[in-house]
Design a protein around this ligand. Structure first.
Ligand SMILES: Nc1ncnc2c1ncn2[C@@H]1O[C@H](COP(=O)(O)OP(=O)(O)OP(=O)(O)O)[C@@H](O)[C@H]1O
Ligand SMILES: [Mg+2]
Length: 375
């Protein structure tokens, strides 16, 4: 997992320099700002920032005003406040406004590090919960369908027994029913297993994984929903792709969000194409999800990754899906791009999301990470 990106905002230049050097030595990426205004500007242009370490006492826009603006404009970014003795009350006010935690100056460096790590763990948990809620509804459908098939066959068999029609000829038929029931029951088991592994509250596990396996597991979770919505699924998955270094649960979650959006963009049904291939960008594999839906106007293509941006009616969308996808992909040192229109059709111009993820190298690190180190 990529280490968190920290924005350090404090008006004391020397303090910012020393602290950012120490944080970088511990493998954190650090961006600096010397005022609240500058901190907000940085957040506006750099969406990979996970946590802001913010001094409460700054001239001009103070820490509390800045915190308020951050929580309004970037609700997924966490803030750790830095306070002097005189500002403990402000720190408490800050906690009420949604700060993650506060620390007294002079800063205990190890304590700050542990709080930054705690932020990272909370973000991962929140991402998973958001998707889990959305997934629960889909899975309920997924399991409901095979279960009703099983129930129908059980009723049939019971009727045969009750009416004493269990003749030898019928036996072959019943055997066939039992085969269907077995298939449908294992399908339920498979879905439940997937959901459990997805929901597991374990720490993130970064291991080499096959992207094609992850895609198959994800598609299993949406296939019923797609059929129900009249969505046709096309798969173009290259053989023998190199493994990627990732937390498979999180990548699955990102793909699910994209697939769900694609299906939701096609109210009358349509086609979703899922491709997996080597990227033309060396050291990466890519997953491309293309739909034949309503498309995203050019002016809105940057906004869609913002948290709480939604065009769906109340109760239908929260606007967190793509923000979660972006944070997962960025944490894996990958990239995501959106393209729309993808066809010339006015009524369904379609949308394409392309995700690039670094290929795993032997020894646990990735080619992209190594290239970034060399650069
Ligand atoms: N494939 C797509 N085609 C067209 N519009 C899309 C597509 N994917 C995303 N969008 C647009 O981007 C917006 C944000 O998507 P996002 O997944 O972040 O939130 P949402 O789907 O509205 O809500 P939810 O939190 O339930 O996912 C959507 O409301 C929609 O306008
Ligand atoms: Mg969505």
């Amino acid at each position: 997992m990529k280490s968190p990106v920290v924005l350090l905002a404090d008006d004391e230049v020397g303090f910012v320099e020393t602290l950012s050097k120490r944080l970088r030595k511990r493998d954190l990426s650090v961006v600096t700002a010397h005022s609240g205004q500058e901190a907000l500007e940085n957040l506006g242009t750099n969406s990979s920032i996970d946590v802001v370490v913010l001094d409460i006492k700054m001239p001009g826009m103070d820490g509390i005003v800045t915190l308020n603006a951050i929580k309004r404009l970037h609700p997924l970014v966490e803030v750790i406040l830095l306070t002097g003795h005189a500002t403990v009350e402000s720190a408490i006010e800050g906690m009420k406004l949604g700060a993650f935690d506060y620390l007294r100056k002079p800063v205990d460096f190890e304590l700050l590090l542990s709080k930054i790590n705690a932020v990272q763990e909370k973000t991962v948990r929140t991402d998973r919960l958001v998707s889990l809620g959305r997934l629960a509804a889909t899975v309920a459908h997924e399991i409901n369908n095979p279960l009703s098939v099983v129930l129908t066959y059980i009723k049939l068999i019971v009727k045969l027994i009750e009416r004493d029609r269990f003749t030898p000829e019928r036996l072959a038929e019943v055997r066939q029913y039992l085969t269907y029931m077995e298939q449908e029951t294992s399908r339920c088991g498979e879905i439940a297993k997937n959901l459990l592994s997805f929901a597991r509250q374990s720490k993130s596990e970064i291991v080499p994984e096959s992207i094609v396996d992850i895609i198959h597991r994800t598609l299993l979770l949406v296939s019923y929903d797609f059929k129900h919505r009249n969505v046709q699924l096309l798969k173009e998955l290259a053989d023998e792709l190199p493994l990627i270094l990732c937390d498979a649960n999180q990548i699955q979650q990102a793909l699910l969000n994209l697939l769900q959006n694609a299906a939701e963009a096609m109210s009358e049904g349509g086609t979703i194409t899922v491709e997996a291939q080597r990227s033309s960008d060396a050291g990466f594999v890519e997953v491309v999800i293309t739909d034949t839906g309503c498309g995203i106007p050019a002016a809105r293509q940057n906004d869609v990754f913002e948290a709480f941006f939604t065009t769906k009616e109340k109760g239908k969308g929260v606007g967190l899906g793509l923000a979660v996808v972006k944070s997962i992909i960025t944490r894996h040192q990958g990239f995501i791009e959106v393209e729309s229109p993808v066809t010339k059709k006015k009524s369904n111009p379609g949308t394409r999301f392309r995700i690039r993820l670094p290929i795993a190298r032997q020894g646990g690190t990735s080619v992209a990470a190594a290239e970034a180190e060399r650069a």
